[in-house]
Design a protein around this ligand. Structure first.
Ligand code: ADP
Length: 573
């Protein structure tokens, strides 16, 4: 069967994915890329005499990818079957409170970023600004100043990496430098390679609502170092997020509830986009099922091929477990914990495409029900596949000390099986909407390294011609404004169906995120897009609602905020 890829997909593959020789000439076709990945990942089968042969599985993996039903994360597409051989997208590196420790972490992060992996760090263990450094008898410059070193290193490494470098900085809400951390990204010249998230506890949120004073703890001594009003700190988080989109929040207690191996300690940091909480040195491989590829049309009705989705989910889980097996590891500490926990994250993309095909507006009660149903199907299939793999290959080595064993559940091969990733690049390759996001706009462009125009959705064009509104003036307007919500001459149903990210209320965004999170063992990448007119109170309500509905974190982005945006409506250029 011929491989059907869009022009954008082909140009993105040429830009970053297809193999090149030493002079930089492309030396493989798209088909060869998928064979390279399929064979390299299927090679894991040969380590397990009880399973099928790798040649047979390679064919299945090739078909799974080239029908665009599933794609693994970018590092796997670029590095599988090559010298680098590093397949993981997400890492967390510990940052100890010593100069040697900090610079060691900078070096390790650089090595990971060279292979296309994203890195997250907890800076919560660094002594605060003003605390004494014993060797110099001078005050420390504090946690935030050290993040700058990571940022600059990441920026420099970006030029010689397979892609641009993405990081997450996490700080606990009761670290004495938290206020400086909250405001750090207001300076647009700094931290361009970092997302910032404050790790907030339930106790902190209660104190914030009651506007109580709390103690800020020096991690070096474990003793109170300063005091702050929790309400004021929360105001500052809301204010900065409203203005620049950072910080996001991570909900500490919620994250620990799903910590599969609590004996290894708490989960204190995530990868760059927040969808995978990890232990120090831990990493996770990701892969996403493209829901658009499972839409079946009968006459003018569409539905989801649920059995097909679950079948692909089981095969995809095997793919991800194989990746853990065959990947090269940048450091022995990383290999040790990755092999012991074998965390993988299977997720979905093309969710907005599915809703459009079903004619269900994003954010409606029905869409929340679809989110719940679809992710529930994927989660169930993934757990089933992981249990079968445990029979074939053995459970993950930490299984006996895991929460699953404590609950008397059957052995499984992976400490986690599900995640929803942003799928920023692989959704372009698959030709679907990204992750669980609504349409960003009805027409828009990618800016930055990859330049591509996203044309108005084919379903919109079909609907417009059906009602006799397919005219050049309207199409031009759609390209300029990216929306049709204001066109009161168009049917209400159509305008509601094609609402774009900023026309959907924060509550609606969060309800979808929460529904998906109920069936995800790691976390969910989601941006709560707000229109320019949104108030600080909207941000505050979004933060509290995300917590109340059981999300593991929340990120807002208000239109026009000066953050490096990769998507842009044409009229806004
Ligand atoms: P992709 O579509 O390329 O597979 P995603 O957009 O789904 O990637 O992002 C998944 C994860 O991959 C991110 O959370 C992050 O850990 C990592 N990642 C994404 N973009 C980058 C980047 N430019 N540099 C390094 N890591 C990245």
């Amino acid at each position: 069967m011929p491989l059907e890829l869009s022009d954008s997909a082909r140009s993105l593959l040429r830009l970053r994915y297809l193999r090149r020789d030493e002079e930089g000439r492309i030396i493989e076709t798209e088909e060869e890329l998928f064979w390279r990945v399929a064979r390299a990942v299927a090679a894991a089968e040969d380590a397990f005499p009880r399973g099928p042969r790798s040649a047979e599985i390679a064919e299945k993996f090739y078909e799974l990818m080239t029908t665009l039903r599933f794609l693994p994360n970018t590092p796997a597409l670029i590095n599988a079957g090559t010298q680098l051989g590093q397949l993981f997208a997400c890492f967390v590196i510990p940052v100890p409170d010593s100069l040697d420790g900090i610079f060691g972490a900078v070096r390790d992060a650089a090595k990971i970023q060279q292979t296309g992996g994203g890195t997250g760090f907890s800076f919560s263990h660094l002594r605060p600004r003003g605390d004494l450094v014993r060797s110099t008898r001078r005050p420390s410059s504090g946690a935030v100043s050290f993040i700058r070193i990571f940022d600059v290193a990441s920026d420099v490494i970006a030029t010689e990496s397979v892609r641009g470098g993405a990081n997450m900085a996490v700080l606990r809400c009761d670290h004495p430098d938290v206020r400086e951390f909250i405001d750090a990204k207001r300076n647009p010249a700094l931290f361009s390679r970092f997302n910032f998230s404050v790790l907030v506890t339930d106790d902190f949120l209660r104190a914030a609502i009651e506007r109580r004073e709390i103690a800020l703890i020096n991690p070096r001594t474990g003793l109170p170092f300063a005091q702050a009003n929790a309400g004021e700190l929360f105001d500052a988080m809301v204010d900065a997020a409203w203005e620049v989109g950072d910080p996001g929040l991570l909900f500490y207690d919620r994250i620990q509830r799903d910590n599969a191996v609590p004996a290894l300690g708490p989960l204190e940091a995530t990868n760059p986009c927040g969808e995978v909480p990890l232990h120090p040195w831990e990493a996770c491989v990701l892969g996403s099922l493209n829901l658009r590829a499972f839409i079946v049309e009968r006459g003018d009705r569409a539905f989801l091929d649920e059995a097909g989705l679950q079948e692909s989910a089981r095969l995809a889980l095997r793919f991800l477990d194989n990746m853990v097996e065959v990947s090269r590891y940048p450091k022995v500490e990383i290999e040790t914990i990755c092999r012991a926990n074998r965390k993988v994250g299977l997720g979905i993309m093309g969710f907005a495409d599915l809703l459009l095909a079903l004619r269900i507006p994003y954010g409606s009660d029905e869409s929340v029900a679809v989110a719940d149903r679809v992710m529930g199907l994927v989660q169930a299939a993934a757990v089933e596949a992981s249990r079968r793999l445990a029979e074939e290959r053995g459970p993950f080595p930490n299984f006996p000390i895991s929460r699953y064993a404590a609950r008397g559940e059957p052995p499984r091969r992976n400490a986690t099986v599900t995640t929803v990733a942003p799928t920023g690049s692989i959704s372009i390759i698959a030709g679907c909407s990204s992750g669980i996001e609504p349409l960003y706009a009805l027409a828009y462009r990618h800016v930055g390294e990859f330049v591509g125009i996203v044309e108005p959705h084919p379903l919109l064009l079909r609907e417009l011609s059906r009602i006799g509104k397919y005219d050049p003036a309207l199409l031009h307007e759609i390209e300029v404004t990216g929306r049709i919500g204001h066109r009161t001459d168009l049917p209400e149903e159509l305008r509601r169906l094609f609402r774009v990210a900023t026309e959907i209320s924060p509550e609606e965004h969060i309800r979808v995120q929460a529904a998906v999170q109920r069936h995800v063992e790691n976390a969910v990448s989601k941006t709560i897009n707000l229109p320019y007119e949104a108030t600080r109170d909207d941000v505050r309500r979004a933060f509290l609602l995300a917590h109340e509905l059981g999300c593991k974190g929340v990120t807002v982005y208000r239109e026009g905020a000066p953050r490096g945006q990769v998507l842009q409506v044409l009229g806004h250029c």
